[in-house]
Structures are given as structure tokens and as C-alpha cells.
Design a protein around this ligand. Structure first.
Ligand code: AMP
Length: 190
């Protein structure tokens, strides 16, 4: 299986590039943000547990996220591979992901890390907020909290994959297609 971690701060273009990667490599998209928004929309218990954290731009606690991912992986083991988008976001999540993939006899093929300067992230998220309907995209305070959460808790995840020689840094500013070409070149080397 081709299993990719698509990594980067909020607004780096993970969702946009995921769509192109899925179309080219035929992978199962596993976006924890999308899964949480679905639970929220359906009013499930899991959605209720996640809501307060999401509304404030904070990370949802690891045990909630990990349980949800574990279930989704088990349900889609017939896929050609997974693209993990917005997960793992803490080192504990990365460790848990390795353990759950090992149970299925598979592993992460590589990480793609999209690098985008902070001011560009804020501009992109505010722009997306005009149409995404996401409350967490429309408020500067919440956007700042999300970027702080990324820097404090999520950025160290890159080091976790660097130690495994799986980290690929990609410059995430430019046209969508040129960034995708760089991503494809990296994936073709996995
Ligand atoms: P996203 O759509 O990836 O920007 O995620 C939206 C929100 O969902 C985040 O701000 C978090 O509150 C929550 N979330 C999504 N993925 C995770 C994760 N892997 N760990 C913790 N919280 C998450």
C-alpha cells in the first residue's frame, strides 16, 4: 500500500493537494478535520466531544482522534493506500499511527510537508473563510490559536518522520499545479 502523510500548517493547501494526489494515485482520503465536521453535522457523541475544541481552534484530545482514525483504517483496508490529511498532529498520534498500521502489516511510505510563510497562511484562511462556512476560518483570533497549536504541538511531528528518513519538504507557494508536480516527484520516489 502507498500510505502518505500530508503535513503542514492550517492553510498550507493540504485539502487542495489531497484531491489531486487521490485522483492520480487512487488513495483513500483520511482527513480528520473532515471526519470531525461530519460528526458535528450529524450530532454524534464524538462530534459533541470534539466541538468545543474545534470551535476554539484547539486540538481535539489524542484519544478521541486516534480511536476515530483506527476505525476508519480498519474499515478501508481494501484501498490501494491512504492519504492522511491533518493527521497525525502530535507525536503521540504519530506513534499511535505506526502501531495501528503495524497491526495490519503496513506502514507509512513517506511524509510530504508543505512549507508556507505565516502571513500567507493567514491570508489564505481568511480568503477560504468567505466560502467555506467554517467559523474557525473567519476569526483572526481562532486562526492565530490554530497556528500556535501547530507550532507548539504539531511541528515536532516532522522530526518524528525525519528520524525515519521519511520527511520530504515541499515549497508550498506557487501555482497549484507546480506544487503538485513537486509532490508527485517526491511520491514517485517513495
Ligand atoms: P482541519 O480541517 O484539519 O483544519 O481541522 C479542523 C479542526 O479539527 C482542528 O482545528 C482541530 O480542532 C480538529 N482536528 C482535526 N484533526 C485533528 C487532529 N489530528 N488532532 C487534533 N485535532 C484535530
Amino acid at each position: 500500500m502507498l500510505n502518505i502523510v500530508l503535513f503542514g500548517p492550517p492553510g498550507a493547501g493540504k485539502g487542495t493537494q489531497s484531491e489531486k494526489i487521490i485522483a492520480k494515485y487512487d488513495l483513500k482520503h483520511l482527513s480528520t478535520g473532515d471526519l470531525f465536521r461530519k460528526h458535528l453535522g450529524e450530532g454524534t457523541d464524538l462530534g459533541k466531544k470534539a466541538q468545543g475544541f474545534m470551535d476554539n481552534g484547539k486540538l481535539v484530545p489524542d484519544e478521541i482522534v486516534i480511536g476515530m482514525v483506527e476505525e476508519t483504517i480498519a474499515d478501508h483496508m481494501d484501498a490501494n493506500g491512504f492519504i492522511f490529511d491533518g493527521f497525525p498532529r502530535t507525536v503521540a498520534q504519530a506513534e499511535a499511527l505506526d502501531t495501528m498500521l503495524e497491526k495490519h502489516g503496513i506502514g507509512i511510505s513517506g511524509m510530504i510537508s508543505l512549507e508556507v510563510p505565516e502571513q500567507e497562511l493567514i491570508n489564505r484562511i481568511l480568503e477560504r473563510g468567505k466560502t467555506s462556512g467554517r467559523a474557525d476560518d473567519q476569526n483572526r483570533g481562532k486562526i492565530s490559536t490554530r497556528i500556535e497549536e501547530y507550532e507548539n504541538k504539531t511541528a515536532p511531528v516532522a522530526g518524528f518522520y525525519r528520524k525515519q528518513n521519511k520527511l520530504n519538504n515541499i515549497h508550498g507557494v506557487g501555482s497549484i499545479d507546480s506544487i503538485f508536480n513537486d509532490i508527485s516527484a517526491a511520491i514517485d520516489n517513495f
